[in-house]
Design a protein around this ligand. Structure first.
Ligand code: GAL
Ligand code: CA
Length: 387
């Protein structure tokens, strides 16, 4: 009962109503009018009934649904892979909605600036989110976010940009969902080597070496570093003789990659035989550069990306790209949604299935001419668990 009365007072309209009641009673007695015991009892009963009605209503609406607010803070809203992952997350969280649970997911932009992202996280916490999902701008700078979340006791699921281990271990409510970048580099090297070793025409000038350029994501990003290193190592390990023409940073971005490729095309012309790209967006930038340069298809280099974006898969189907590595956004989003709900509900949080109780890594998958039809237009089935 005390709880109910507290609830009533927490609702302004009810407290105003109650205060008016008391005032009325007070006025009546001030005017010297005698309230008989009976009248007094009737009034008390009436007020009691009203209170009960009101508490009943409040309790009913409260009972209706728990509300889980998930605050998603991206490093930028201009990244197609991240946006596709965020769309999946929204759908997955919606699937947890029921008569007893309402889920509200809010997405905010870190605008590629760690300070801005920290402020956005603060706003999300002030607004009362229960779970944070953060794709860090700078993966080496999560300390402020961790401090703020810890103070409010709000769990954080970092995703895509992996904080260093010591940071993730700073508090036991920090998690990471992503992939093992080395695996994507190795797989990309393998599909490229397989293609090159079975298509002698790739070596256009027949010098026994593959002249290549590499489009790099972003300095310091764990995916860019590992993909660059392992794709090249794997090509060499698989007997492809390489000659490096140029490495270009293009920030995961299609437009930047197109510009860089335009410059390389004017510098090297038809000499470029292979383009290895740290992601699909940049590979598509290279495709665009070759389309616009008006080269005949046999003068194009072979082009490999990573992510398995729909447009890249179409380019593979059209023969403009030779392969991509699926970065399983469906699986990552599914895990994030599951974690968010389980952490919110507090029970049965399956920490045992996570590496060190904190990390979830999705498996990459190879996509090339041999299996493109399984992946193209089959977005909802993309998930390593389902294939
Ligand atoms: C990578 C992805 C890139 C880019 C980057 C952003 O995993 O392959 O396309 O989205 O994350 O951090
Ligand atoms: Ca050559």
């Amino acid at each position: 009962i005390i709880c109910c009365i507290k609830k009533i007072f927490s609702e302004k309209r009810y407290s105003i109503f109650f205060i008016r009641m008391i005032e009325n009673l007070h006025m009546v007695s001030q005017k010297g009018m005698e309230i008989s015991m009976k009248q007094y009892q009737i009034r008390s009963i009436l007020i009691g009934c009203m209170l009960l009605c009101l508490t009943g209503c409040t309790a009913n609406s409260e009972k209706k649904r728990d509300v889980l607010r998930v605050g998603v803070v991206l490093y930028t809203q201009d990244d197609p892979f991240i946006n596709a992952l965020t769309d999946c997350l929204k759908e997955d969280l919606a699937e947890y909605e029921s008569d007893s649970l309402k889920v509200i997911m809010t997405v905010r932009d870190g605008k590629n600036d760690q300070k801005i992202q920290n402020e956005v996280v603060k706003e999300m916490l002030d607004a009362g989110c229960e779970i944070l999902a953060v794709d860090l701008v700078d993966r080496t700078e999560p300390s402020n976010i961790i401090k703020m979340a810890k103070k409010e006791n709000i769990p954080v699921i970092f995703f895509n940009r992996e904080p260093v281990r010591e940071d993730l271990m700073q508090w036991d409510k920090l998690y990471y969902v992503g992939c093992d970048a080395e695996q994507s580099g190795i797989m990309q090297g393998e599909i490229a080597a397989e293609y090159i070793n079975s298509h002698s025409e790739v070596d256009k000038n027949k010098d026994g070496k593959i002249q290549y350029v590499l489009l790099e994501g972003e300095a310091g990003h764990q995916d860019a570093i590992s993909r660059t290193e392992y794709s090249v190592k794997t090509l060499m390990k698989n007997d492809v003789m390489l000659e490096k023409l140029s490495y270009q940073l293009a920030d995961w971005n299609r437009g930047q990659a197109e510009n860089r490729m335009n410059r390389l095309i004017s510098q090297y012309g038809k000499k470029i035989e292979l383009v290895m790209s740290n992601n699909d967006e940049m590979a598509l930038g290279a495709v665009e550069a070759y389309r616009k340069a008006g080269y005949a298809r046999e003068d194009w280099p072979v082009i490999f990306g990573i992510d398995g974006l729909e447009e890249a898969l179409e380019a593979v189907k059209a023969g403009e790209m030779q392969g991509s590595i699926l970065n399983d956004r469906v699986d990552q989003a599914k895990e994030m949604a599951k974690m968010a709900v389980e952490l919110f509900e507090g029970e049965d949080f399956e920490q045992e299935s996570l590496k060190e109780g904190r990390y979830y890594f999705s498996e990459y998958q190879k996509v090339d001419g041999s299996n493109i039809d399984e992946y193209l237009n089959a977005e909802e089935t993309i998930s390593h668990s389902g294939m």
